[in-house]
Design a protein around this ligand. Structure first.
Ligand code: ATP
Ligand code: MG
Length: 659
């Protein structure tokens, strides 16, 4: 079992006004527990069904679930048409902000629900004309532009599951995904704007198509949006311009109702621990889960709120909390194409000020990079429109939480630290903003309707104050249905560890504090064993980040003759700390000893400029473990910047930062 190291006493009550008017109140926990299927049926009622289900859950053949059995619906109709039919056609769905500030290039525009309905209908007609039929897979490899959202919804509208591949991935990654899900059509663009210049996408599609061909799979058509106007190679037999096919298509399109279990999309996980897995999500349960959590956890008031999630649509966060959740709920949101620092470091805060953003959802990696730069940049903007902040992707260190709360949230906005995965489809553990007194660094409690727990080796619930394995004790509507094309791998990966108990095991370690609130402690594969104590990465990292000179930290265990394993830490300093001074390493070691205790004191601390991260910004500790144990560095294909590992390895060889 995992040791419980860090103690946190700060709590923040929900703002009184928010609590009084909250979408979901405290009674929901008990109501969901009393009759969980009735609770989910009530949530499914937020959707418009063509035919109502006759059974909420079929769990007769675990781990294969069916939700809202017999029900039929169309996801795109739920995201778009029904808002227009309800008289909200003039409401803005997307405030698109292009990265270039030059109005000639930016393409910045606001798209209403009525306009979105026309665009999605046109794209659905165009895809059908290209030969896409219900059940065919369509790959989407695009920058963060409105057409990406339109393409996803058009696929959903005609029942063709999409697989969105992050636009930063290489042609190899794209080719293997095209082959794995046998995509018939690819939707892409000539390029997109990133870090101040036009970066090409179409050449990678051309290469990927050739590579897929080599793997025995033929892509029939490529639909290309003109975004940057850069040169592209063109194959008349395959390539089709979006402005020819879509703009000319009819805006009339009747959505067909599909079975609740009709596949909606395949999304590959971000690959922090290894080769990405093709996660299959279906329609009715997934939409129910994303709509419910987006409404409850962000306390969405669609008439007045302006919501912004900074994730890329190439990740599940973009699927669930840019496309399906917010649009099903009729939200108005910001969609931003570029990076936070283009053309300068305050770009995100400018956007919040300009559009009056009320809910802001981002990742700890971004928060820590702003912390590194210092508060002067956000302090120059008016962020008073914000009323709620969210975090997802990794544990948010208590110090990063405090910075987010004070500097971005003006000490008035509750923070929702949302734990979930590509596999879970929707948020699972999170504070409720009108109910929960938040603790910096804790995801708090499973949401009403979700049965999450922390258990020991035997699957027994651990007492408060102890750590163990994070499990989900039964099916939930937005859960993955399988790994694409590999039911056995699905069963093995998620359901075999606690087979007897029938628990879903997510791969993460967690603890329950004295109040029973849940703290994520990192992946169990990353747990260190130091002199018989099982230590998690997260708590030692958080102790390091609580030092005023540190912005970011990654901790791994390396073999040690005396203790079995020893703690090795890699830290990024805040800009204000300069090089940290001569004593930085001993200063940080002392700090950890004081915050946690001698057992957690790092044997070695290395000050680095960058950490190895996936393209979605998560730290890849397995690579640092290779470095710390002087092994050849493992698979780096999902790494955002592979040169980072060379830098770190060469620094280590010179013995820099040893103590
Ligand atoms: P792969 O499974 O391919 O190795 P991945 O697990 O990084 O990649 P995702 O599904 O994008 O792929 O990420 C889910 C994981 O992210 C969780 O299992 C957890 O480790 C981490 N995570 C997400 N949100 C939080 C959070 N709020 N607190 C702590 N960890 C989080
Ligand atoms: Mg995972």
């Amino acid at each position: 079992m995992l040791s419980n190291l860090l103690q946190e006493d700060r709590t923040f009550e929900p703002p009184a006004a928010l609590a009084a008017d909250a979408n979901l109140k405290a009674e929901a926990y008990a109501r969901a527990e009393a009759d969980v299927e009735a609770f989910w049926a009530e949530q499914a009622d937020r959707l418009t069904w063509t035919q109502t289900w006759d059974r909420v859950l079929d769990w007769d053949h675990p781990p294969f679930a069916k939700w809202f059995v017999g029900g039929t619906l169309n996801a795109a109709y739920n995201c778009v048409d029904r808002h227009v039919e309800a008289g909200r056609g003039d409401k803005v769905a997307l405030h698109f902000v292009g990265e270039p500030v030059d109005p000639e290039l930016s393409g910045t525009r606001s798209i209403t629900y009525a306009q979105l309905k026309d665009l999605v209908s046109q794209a659905a007609n165009a895809l059908t004309d290209l030969g896409v039929e219900t059940g065919d897979r369509v790959a989407i490899y695009m920058p963060m532009i409105p057409e990406a959202v339109v393409a996803m919804l058009a696929c959903a509208r005609i029942g063709a599951p999409h697989t969105v591949v992050f636009g930063g991935f290489s042609s190899d990654a794209l080719a293997s995904r095209l082959e794995d899900c046998q995509a018939k059509v690819v939707v892409t663009s000539d390029g997109g704007y990133r870090r101040g210049s036009a970066s090409a996408l179409k050449p990678a599609v051309d290469e990927a198509r050739a590579k897929a061909e080599g793997l025995g799979h033929t892509v029939a058509k490529v639909l290309v949006v003109k975004r940057t106007g850069q040169e592209v190679d063109w194959d008349d037999a395959v390539d089709v311009w979006w402005h020819d096919a879509v703009d000319q298509a009819s805006t009339e399109h009747t959505p067909e109702a599909f079975d609740s279990e009709h596949p909606l999309y395949v999304m590959y996980t971000s690959g922090t621990t290894g080769k990405p897995k093709g996660i299959l999500h279906t329609t009715g349960g997934y939409l129910t889960g994303t709509a419910y959590t987006h409404w409850a956890v962000f306390d969405l008031k669609p008439e007045t709120d302006v919501y912004w999630c900074t994730a890329d649509i190439g990740w599940v966060t973009g699927h669930s909390y840019i496309v399906y959740g917010p649009l099903t709920n009729g939200a108005t949101q910001v969609l931003y194409e570029g990076t936070p620092d283009s053309p300068e470091r305050g770009r995100w805060w400018d956007i919040i000020e300009e559009y009056g953003v009320t809910q802001f959802y981002t990742a700890p990696t971004a928060i820590r990079s702003f912390m590194k730069q210092g508060r002067e940049i956000p302090d120059q903007r008016d962020l008073s429109s914000l009323r709620l902040l969210g975090s997802v992707g990794e544990s948010i260190n208590p110090e990063a939480y405090m910075w987010y709360r004070e500097v971005i949230g003006g000490d008035r906005c509750p923070i929702v630290d949302t734990w979930w995965q590509t596999e879970t489809g929707a948020m699972m553990i999170s504070p409720l903003p009108g109910v929960t007194a938040g603790k910096p660094g804790s995801a708090m409690k499973a949401l009403p309707g979700i049965a999450a727990d922390v258990v020991d080796e035997n699957g027994d619930s651990v007492p408060n104050g102890s750590g163990g394995y994070l499990v989900v004790k039964g099916p939930w509507p937005a859960m993955l249905r399988t790994i694409w094309g590999d039911d056995e791998r699905y069963r093995d990966t998620y359901w075999s560890r606690f087979d007897k108990q029938g628990f879903y095991f997510a791969g993460d370690g967690a603890k329950k504090d004295a109040d029973g609130d849940i703290w994520l402690l990192g992946r169990v594969d990353d747990v260190m064993n130091v002199s018989g104590h099982r230590l998690s990465t997260t708590e030692i990292e958080s102790a390091l980040v609580s030092h005023p000179k540190v912005a970011e930290a990654a901790v791994v265990g390396a073999k040690d003759e005396d203790t079995g394993q020893a703690v090795c830490a890699f830290v990024i300093l805040r800009d204000s700390a300069g090089d940290g001074g001569d004593d930085i390493v001993s200063e940080l070691r002392k700090h950890v000893r004081k915050e946690i205790g001698p057992i957690a004191t790092p044997r070695q601390i290395m000050v680095v400029a960058e950490l190895p991260k996936t393209r979605s910004g998560k730290i890849m500790r397995r690579l640092l473990r290779d470095v710390a144990e002087h092994r050849e560095v493992g698979d780096v294909t999902t790494l955002a910047d592979s040169s980072v590992m060379d830098l770190i390895s060469s620094g280590l060889d010179q013995g820099k930062g040893e103590d």
